[in-house]
Design a binder for this molecule. Sequence first.
Ligand code: C5P
Length: 226
Amino acid sequence: MTQNESYVVTIDGPGGSGKGSLALRLARHLGFHLLDSGAIYRLAALKALREDADLNDEKSVVDSLSDFNIRFEEGDELSIPYLDDEDVSSQIRLESTADAASVIAVYPGVRLRLLDRQRQCFQSPGLVADGRDMGTVVFPKARIKFFLYASPEVRAQRRHKQLISMGISVNIAQLESEISERDQRDRDRSESPLVPSSDALVVDSSLLDLDQVTELMISHIEEVIQ
Ligand code: C5P
């Protein structure tokens, strides 16, 4: 299918800014498909770990992805990620996987390897894509772009709540420092750093709840589409 980026909505921002929940809500509202690009980076990290790749060596990581067999199945709430036909929903949500993902995400060879896989997620009638470089690199011509921000404290609290609801217990102070470390790595990398696209609407969600941000985003989409 030819990709028509007019029907792509991108949501970029740091971890815990609410991207995932908002992308799901917008996709449902618009009747669009969903791309959680972070899940693809996490799956790549899991694959590299399983292949015993040296995470400090770009070539070793890229080589470990030569046979990268992933798929997503629509579940009741979220889609279920499969790596080599195994449901890895819980493994990819571990903080250790997120850390490994942020380490391998700095490598240009890894980003290039995952680029087409992300673009292939475009399907009619449209796509809501969330990540770090959706509006800047993966779908630069998308008609509607958001960049979500929230303070590191608020993001750590949100992530903590999310992990607890999944039965994963973590220390909040440690979580905050891990989040800050990953943010810095995402912002400082030379390839596709975490920056707002110049044509994105930047939203600070620190003091807003999910319903308020959803409302704000939907009214922006309606304004652009009219
Ligand atoms: O969004 P999530 O926390 O699942 O992403 C995990 C890691 O994958 C991020 O910390 C980031 O380093 C990387 N990532 C990326 N580009 C994306 C999505 C995720 O570099 N589009």
